[in-house]
Design a protein around this ligand. Structure first.
Ligand code: PLP
Length: 431
């Protein structure tokens, strides 16, 4: 093994060999990930061919964007890949939170109740819902909210979910990925089971899944398992690292039509919205997404195996199956979070010379530290790490446009912990 080039990046022989040792155990798992990627690659390719994506689709429109063939075709490609009747895929959806807020506010009316049967939703949704007071929250518009926490072992509390569903309950939101929590992420199979249970109690309920970070990690999506809407961000998995901005909502046509009305204006809906010059990036990014996601998954598994070996608690752990690209590592202190992030930052292609420091971010309650030297600002399908500065001082690591880059980033994070003497005894060396 020639380490010279990795040494040049600042990674020591000791860290490299630790990595190689771990990697030698992961062949079988990586093979399964490649199989999923191949399946999803074929799925996306088929949808693009079926919808006759042409060179014309790649050039955008300006102004009102009437008759934007590229935009309309891309929405049909998304709908086919996600096995839904319709989709809304727009650069005008500014982020995942915006896409989720659009899907919720389009389909909840005053007097309706929103239910989360999987505990607290993602931090930024607290203000959308009104769990934390905010202007223009759903709460301000007269939409109430109810939540059923997961059981201590991370499973669904079916008994209390059944009790929570009442005549007002209109929409159920299920977050697939753990977000900034230490609970497990849910598989499509588990989500399908929960949806069947909920619809068994009240068949007319709308089920929305926050699909952020979950796309293409499995062969099926929550929409294959009964979700009425799935929602995500294009600067995560489905943008493939190339989409410069945007979000998507895919699902039943009557629900998606309302989302179009909410995003633009009542009566106008999906017929407007200039796609400017981003279409080529949205198509190419979606096309690359299955393999980019596979690389990120390999990185996450590699990180869990390495950090567990070093004695840290990882969620998911080194052996668990994967349903999103997020890897959290309980580092236990702010110092270690800073060292980890410094390693990720120094492994970046852009802004590698910067030092990440914790700071307050709109929408989040605690200070957050973020490491990202990304081509697309804030893109977390690219190599990145972040976490709120609070107990248990867990860092959330994700992305890497290629597996090789993810690997380098993880080795760098260990290098920094090592250099700052923040690594205790290795657990496998304990007597
Ligand atoms: C990223 C994310 C969101 C939305 O975040 P944005 O930063 O607004 O794109 C929502 N839910 C989950 C689970 C996420 O991971």
């Amino acid at each position: 093994m020639n380490n010279a080039m990795l040494n040049k990046l600042g990674i020591s022989d000791e860290v490299i060999s630790l990595g190689e040792e771990v990697l030698s155990q992961l062949e079988e798992r990586f093979k399964k990930i490649d199989e999923t990627a191949e399946y999803n690659q074929a799925k996306v390719l088929f949808a693009m061919q079926k919808n006759r994506v042409s060179a014309e689709c790649l050039s955008g429109t300006t102004g009102y964007g009437h008759d934007d063939k590229g935009r309309d075709t891309l929405e049909r490609v998304y709908a086919d890949v996600f096995n839904t009747e319709a989709a809304l895929v727009r650069p005008a959806l500014t982020c995942g939170t915006h896409a989720l807020a659009t899907a919720l506010s389009a389909n909840l009316l005053p007097g309706d109740e929103l239910l989360s049967p999987v505990g607290k939703p993602y931090d930024t949704l607290e203000e959308v819902i009104g769990i934390r007071e905010s202007r223009c929250s759903l709460k301000e518009y007269g939409v109430s909210y109810r939540q059923v926490d997961l059981l201590p072992d991370g499973s669904f509390d079916y008994e209390n979910i059944a009790k929570a569903i009442n005549e007002k309950t209109k929409l159920v939101t299920i977050q697939r990925s753990k977000g900034y929590q230490m609970r497990p992420s849910f598989s499509v199979g588990q989500i399908g089971e929960l949806i069947r249970f909920i619809k068994g109690i009240k068949p007319g309920l709308i089920v929305m899944v926050d699909n952020c970070y979950g796309e293409f990690t499995e062969k099926e999506e929550p929409s294959d398992a009964g979700a009425d809407m799935i929602v995500g961000s294009l600067i995560k998995n489905p943008g493939g690292g190339l989409a410069p901005t945007g979000g998507y909502i895919a699902g039943k046509k009557e629900l998606i039509d309302r989302c179009h009305y909410r995003l633009t204006a009542p009566g106008i809906g999906q017929d407007v919205g200039a796609s400017l010059s981003v279409m080529i990036n949205l198509y190419q990014g979606f096309f690359l997404s299955p393999t980019v996601t596979a690389g990120a998954l390999k990185g996450a598994i590699f990180a869990a195996n390495l950090y567990e070996k070093l004695g840290f608690k990882c969620v998911p752990d080194s052996k668990e199956s994967r349903h999103d690209i997020i890897q959290s590592v309980e580092l236990g202190s702010k110092e270690k979070m800073e060292a980890f992030c410094l390693g990720i930052q120094q492994a970046a292609p852009i802004d590698s010379f910067a030092t990440p420091v914790p700071y307050p971010i709109p929408g989040y309650n605690d200070e957050v530290i973020m490491a990202a030297g990304a081509f697309i600002q804030g893109s977390s399908i690219e190599l990145s790490a972040d976490g709120p500065i609070r107990e248990p001082y867990a860092i959330y690591f994700q992305g890497g446009l290629t597996w090789q880059h993810a690997k380098i980033g993880i080795l760098m994070s260990i290098q920094k912990l090592y250099e700052q003497n923040l690594l205790g005894e290795r657990s496998d060396e304990k007597k």
